[in-house]
Design a protein around this ligand. Structure first.
Ligand SMILES: Nc1ncnc2c1ncn2[C@@H]1O[C@H](COP(=O)(O)OP(=O)(O)OP(=O)(O)O)[C@@H](O)[C@H]1O
Length: 326
């Protein structure tokens, strides 16, 4: 289930320190990202965070805001993939009363709500081209116009955007404006897949265990096996796995054998990436498992398998896999 929108009110952040984001991990890549966040938190330049789903882009956006002088002001998030295209403009820029059917009263958009603070545009690559032009204008003029409004409203908003799709490829394919990409990608943070910083798995596991009322304990052998697991859903999948282990086995010690059983249980994506060629029957099984996990959605399945959508479709055709039958 995707989050549609999130809003972190100032009171939530200041009064409840547990809401402070934490980027766990001492690998080289995560340490460098933590340093970078501290360096750039106070800049006003736009930040583009890239990386696969579940890799921590959201955590980075929260940290950037919380470590900036904008922290007392709101961090407003909008998932561009979750809002229907026809509603996106009024979500972002607001509308005046009567601007369209159903606009019973005037409403401020996310940009205005973020004034003085930070606007986090998640899955920005899914924004329709017409909206991209409007976003670019807002970024360049630092002004927004409500739908049906007459006057531009001047704002001071720092924009952080995130994407799990390759925006350079999207611009080459004409799906994303190059000028908007340059505008957003002033500072770039690339989140690695969990498999590319697997040495952080034990620390992440301990971090997630600390959040559990009745945690399990993993033996060193089990932690080693968890570190070797491919985690196609990245840190989110690891977190869900730890939570599930605690719900079912709270208080127990889990060794290598117990872990093998848990990793084969439903809900764990036993789906390694398909970057390396596999025998056809295995490849078919992996694609089917991934399709099952995503409910048959090709784009999500491609993302999970870290394949281009077109590559997945081509593989499915070759292996005679029907998405609807998965
Ligand atoms: N390095 C990390 N330390 C602690 N928690 C992390 C880390 N990376 C990710 N998480 C946790 O994993 C979960 C998924 O992370 P997050 O939502 O930031 O991923 P994302 O890249 O924004 O995913 P999506 O592209 O699907 O929006 C969250 O619960 C987040 O708190």
């Amino acid at each position: 289930m995707r989050r549609e929108t999130k809003r972190f009110s100032p009171s939530q952040r200041e009064d409840r320190p547990e809401h402070l984001a934490e980027l766990v991990g001492n690998s080289k890549s995560i340490s460098l990202i933590r340093e970078e966040i501290l360096k750039i938190a106070d800049a006003n330049a736009s930040v583009l965070i890239t990386g696969p789903s579940g890799s921590g882009k959201d955590v980075v956006a929260q940290l950037l805001h919380q470590r900036s002088r904008r922290a007392p002001r709101p961090l407003v998030a909008l998932n561009c993939a979750a809002v229907p295209a026809e509603l996106l403009e009024s979500e972002l820029f607001g509308h005046e009363q009567g601007a369209f059917t159903g606009a019973i009263r005037a409403r401020a958009g996310r940009f205005e709500a973020a004034n003085g603070g930070t606007l986090f545009l998640d899955e920005v690559g899914d924004m329709p081209l017409a909206m991209q032009a409007k976003l670019l204008r807002a970024l360049e003029t630092r002004q927004v116009e409500r739908v049906g409004g007459m006057l531009p409203i001047s704002l001071d908003v720092r924009v952080i955007a995130a994407t799990s799709v390759d925006l350079a490829a999207a611009t080459a394919a004409g799906r994303f404006r190059t000028d908007l990409l340059y505008r957003l990608d002033v500072i770039h943070i690339a989140m690695p897949a969990l498999a590319d910083h697997a040495e952080d798995v034990p620390a992440l596991v301990q971090h997630f265990l600390r959040q559990q009322a009745n945690p399990v304990r993993f033996t060193t052998a089990a932690l080693d096996a968890l570190s070797a697991w491919p985690w196609p859903g990245n840190v989110r999948e690891l977190r869900n796995f730890v939570e599930r282990a605690c719900v079912h086995h709270g208080g127990e010690v889990i060794g290598r054998d117990g872990l093998d059983r848990l990793l084969r249980s439903p809900g764990v994506a036993a789906v390694p990436t398909l970057a390396d060629p596999l025998p056809a029957d295995l490849e078919r099984a992996y694609i089917r498992a991934a399709l099952e996990q995503t409910g048959g959605t090709i784009s999500h399945t491609a993302r999970l398998l870290r394949l281009q959508r077109t590559t997945l479709i081509e593989k499915m055709r070759r292996l005679e896999i029907d998405a609807r039958a998965a």
